[in-house]
Design a protein around this ligand. Structure first.
Ligand SMILES: Cc1cc2nc3c(=O)[nH]c(=O)nc-3n(C[C@H](O)[C@H](O)[C@H](O)COP(=O)(O)OP(=O)(O)OC[C@H]3O[C@@H](n4cnc5c(N)ncnc54)[C@H](O)[C@@H]3O)c2cc1C
Length: 263
C-alpha cells in the first residue's frame, strides 16, 4: 500500500490478491463497502498472475477455463464478473487439448458424446463403464447446478435455508446426497474397473485439483463434466492477466483499492 491509502479507513481488509481475494473484494466494493486488498507480491493475481518476458505474456498458473464467454455459465468467476459489471472476452474451443500417454495421445472433448466416442476407440468396455459413472456424476450435477455456490455454507442451519430457497435443486440432489462429501475415486470404484479409464480419470482429477481421483471431491468432478458439456471450454483473450485486470477494475470502480500493481 502506498501514500494516502494507508491513512484511510476501510470496512474490510482482504489479505491476498489471488482470484479468491479479488472476487471477495470486488463484490464487497460492488455493494458499497470500502475495501483494501493487501498483497505481499508486487503484482496482483496470486497463482493466476501473469508475467512478461521479451514482450511475450505468460500465464503463471491456470490455463483451462469453462464458461467465461457463456452468459448461462454457472462458473462462479463468471457470476462475479457479471455482478461487478465486467466482461472478459474469451474464445471457445473444443477439444480442451490432448493428453499424451506413452502409448497414445487422446483428444479430450468437453462434449460428452465425443469424449465417450474417443474412449470407446481405446477401450469399448471401459467406455461403457465410464458412461455409468458419468450418469452418477451428472445426477449430482443436476442438483448442484440449481443451488448457487454462493448459498452454500458448512453449518447445519444452512440445510433448512437451502430447502426453503432451492427446493427443486435440493430434491434433485437427494439421490446423490450421500456422495457429495465423498472422493470421486470412491464413486468410480463402483463403476470403473478398466485400468486405462482409471488412469484417465486420475489425470483429469490431477488437472482439476492437483490430486488423483481418491483425493478429489466428487462435486468438483460432477461440475467439471456437467459444465464442460453444457457450457463451453474457452480461453480469455489476454490470458489470466485479463481476468485479474477485470477484477481489479471492478474493485476500483467500486470503492476499493488494490495495494499492488495490476500486473
Ligand atoms: C500451475 C497451476 C495451474 C493451474 N491451472 C488451473 C486451470 O487450468 N484452471 C483452473 O481453474 N485453475 C487452475 N489452477 C488453480 C488456480 O490457479 C487457483 O485455484 C487460484 O488461482 C487460487 O486463487 P486463490 O485466490 O485461492 O489463491 P492464490 O492465487 O494462492 O492467492 C493468494 C494470494 O495471497 C497472497 N498472500 C498470502 N499470504 C499473504 C500475506 N500474509 N500477506 C499478503 N498477501 C498474502 C499471495 O501472495 C497470493 O497472491 C492452477 C494453479 C496452478 C499453480
Amino acid at each position: 500500500m502506498t501514500g494516502d491509502k494507508t491513512r484511510q479507513t476501510y470496512d474490510a481488509i482482504v489479505i491476498g490478491s489471488g482470484i479468491g481475494g479479488l472476487c471477495a473484494a470486488a463484490m464487497l466494493a460492488r455493494y458499497g463497502k470500502r475495501v483494501v486488498v493487501c498483497e505481499s507480491h508486487s503484482v496482483a493475481g496470486g497463482a493466476a498472475h501473469e508475467f512478461v518476458r521479451d514482450g511475450f505474456r505468460f500465464d503463471s498458473g491456470p490455463s483451462f477455463y469453462c464458461g467465461l464467454s457463456d452468459r448461462t455459465s454457472l462458473n462462479p468467476l463468471r457470476q462475479v464478473l457479471d455482478a461487478i459489471g465486467e466482461t472478459v472476452e474469451a474464445i471457445a474451443y473444443d477439444p480442451l487439448g490432448h493428453y499424451h500417454f506413452p502409448d497414445r495421445s487422446v483428444p479430450i472433448y468437453g462434449n460428452a458424446e465425443r469424449y465417450r466416442a474417443e474412449l470407446a476407440k481405446i477401450t469399448p468396455s471401459g467406455a461403457t463403464e465410464f458412461a455409468e459413472f458419468e450418469r452418477a456424476m451428472l445426477r449430482m450435477y443436476a442438483g448442484l447446478k440449481d443451488v448457487p455456490s454462493i448459498a452454500l455454507r458448512s453449518d447445519w442451519q444452512a440445510i433448512p435455508l437451502l430447502f426453503s430457497r432451492y427446493a427443486i435443486g435440493m430434491l434433485k440432489l437427494l439421490p446423490s446426497i450421500a456422495d457429495v462429501d465423498k472422493s470421486v475415486g470412491r464413486i468410480a470404484d463402483r463403476y470403473i474397473r478398466d485400468p486405462w479409464v482409471r488412469r484417465l480419470l486420475d489425470i483429469e482429477c490431477f488437472l482439476l485439483s492437483g490430486l488423483k481421483a481418491h483425493g478429489t471431491i466428487a462435486p468438483e468432478v460432477a461440475f467439471m463434466l456437467g459444465e464442460r458439456d453444457r457450457s463451453v471450454i474457452d480461453y480469455p483473450i489476454g490470458g489470466s492477466g485479463a481476468i485479474v485486470d477485470a477484477l481489479v477494475r471492478g474493485l476500483e470502480n467500486g470503492v476499493g483499492c488494490c495495494g499492488c500493481d495490476r500486473r
